[in-house]
Design a protein around this ligand. Structure first.
Ligand code: PLP
Length: 382
């Protein structure tokens, strides 16, 4: 019997050398040699005016909310179908997350529902690019302009993917990427905050918040001869050791993407017949005007019992498949915000019926075939 884990980290082979280089340069704290390298690489490759490397996407979202001066009474619209960090970033500033429904096609936020949720207190929208497939950015930008509200992209899963001809993360006023160990490009824990403007004041505020409320960035650039406490802030700079790892990973940006593309396309080819016959209600679909980064592959089953039975039967064959987001509005914390079960029909159904199949960069076609073969048998028995 083969053993197919749900996820496996992918190493390019250069990581250890790069870590040793960071040590030999005594570059271990924040904003060292490799941080500068990955920052430039991200800005250039994804056409981002200003990127800041961060300790996580969670922290990047937290900082984004600070930068738009979010406060009590403010509301931020986001899908309920997302990771808790998206909503926590709003709550931590004393503001209110307002959930919206998703589209059944991409599982991304429904622009029509964003518009229904706008009030005079709406300050921002957070489009979450689920699985590296871009949200309807044209429509979301249009809403943001008409109502004069910020867009903060949660592109935690969207590194190296595009909506139309622009990379995810380059659309919003602000955005985040994640380099967590489960993502396509990893530093273990890590992220980036992206600022899509050259606004000097905003960039300087970001530098200060990120560096414990000090003007250390100015000091590092030789603009002041000592640094001191100038405003509120926290500690969001990742260790340069981790950025050395990320540098190795980002050097293989498109190699990693191509490997994942082959796997996802193989899954789609093998399982498409079940969509046509109605056994599956949906699966990862590659939209025409969206270049995916192939972050994940999911299928939608009929109901929760069947989904859980499939997980159990796959496991018996050595295959580890997983569910994904518990809709935030129906979670313990979400219910304290005044939401009830039944508020978001598509989201709730997806939360109960979505199953992610194993997907990792080095997965072989033989392994994908093994998963398809067993899933095929299980689906036939249903
Ligand atoms: C949509 C989304 N937002 C935010 C995060 C948080 O990312 P990080 O682990 O880098 O803090 C995740 C992590 O899985 C995510 O999927």
């Amino acid at each position: 019997m083969m053993k197919i884990p749900f996820n496996k980290i992918y190493l390019t082979g250069n990581e250890i050398n790069l870590i040793e280089k960071a040590f030999s340069m005594e570059s271990v704290s924040g904003d060292g040699f490799f941080t500068s390298k990955v920052t430039s690489l991200i800005e250039e490759k994804f056409s981002i005016p200003k990127a800041f490397m961060m300790t996580s996407a969670t922290h990047a979202l937290d900082m984004a909310m600070m930068l738009i001066d979010l406060g009590p009474k403010d509301e931020v619209i986001m899908p309920s179908f997302t990771f808790p960090s998206t909503a926590n970033s709003v709550i931590l500033q004393g503001a209110k997350p307002v959930f919206a429904e998703i589209l059944p096609t991409t599982l991304n936020i429904d622009p029509g529902d964003i518009e229904r949720k706008i009030t005079k207190n709406t300050k921002a929208i957070v489009p979450v690019h689920y699985g590296g497939i871009g949200c309807e950015m044209d429509r979301i930008i249009d809403i943001s302009k008409r109502y004069n509200i910020y867009i903060i992209e949660d592109a935690a899963q969207g590194v190296n993917a595009k909506y139309k001809d622009k990379f995810l993360g380059a659309w919003g006023h602000l955005a985040c990427y994640s380099f967590h160990g489960t993502k396509n490009y990893i530093s273990g824990e890590g992220g980036a905050l992206l600022i899509n403007s050259k606004d000097k004041e905003l960039i300087e505020r970001a530098e200060i918040i990120r560096q414990k409320g000090t003007n250390r960035s100015k000091f590092l650039k030789g603009k002041v001869d000592k640094y001191s406490w100038v405003d509120k802030g926290s500690s969001y700079t990742p260790s340069d050791i981790l950025m050395a790892v990320l540098y190795g990973q980002l050097k293989h940006l498109d190699i990693i993407k191509k490997k994942r593309e082959n796997i996802v396309k193989h899954y789609i080819k093998g399982l498409h017949k079940y969509l046509e016959s109605g056994v599956l209600n949906g699966m990862t679909s590659l939209e025409d005007n969206r270049d995916s980064n192939y972050h994940l592959f999911y299928i939608l089953l009929d109901n929760e019992t069947i989904r859980n039975e499939v997980i159990y039967k796959l496991k018996k064959c050595g295959i580890y498949a997983r569910t994904h987001f518990e809709p935030l509005h129906s979670s313990l914390k979400g219910q304290t915000l005044g939401y009830n079960l039944g508020d978001f029909k598509v989201t709730e159904k997806v939360g109960k019926t979505l199953l992610r199949l194993p997907l990792y960069t080095d997965m072989t076609i033989e392994e994908v075939n093994y998963v398809i073969y067993h899933l095929d048998k299980i689906l036939k028995e249903l």
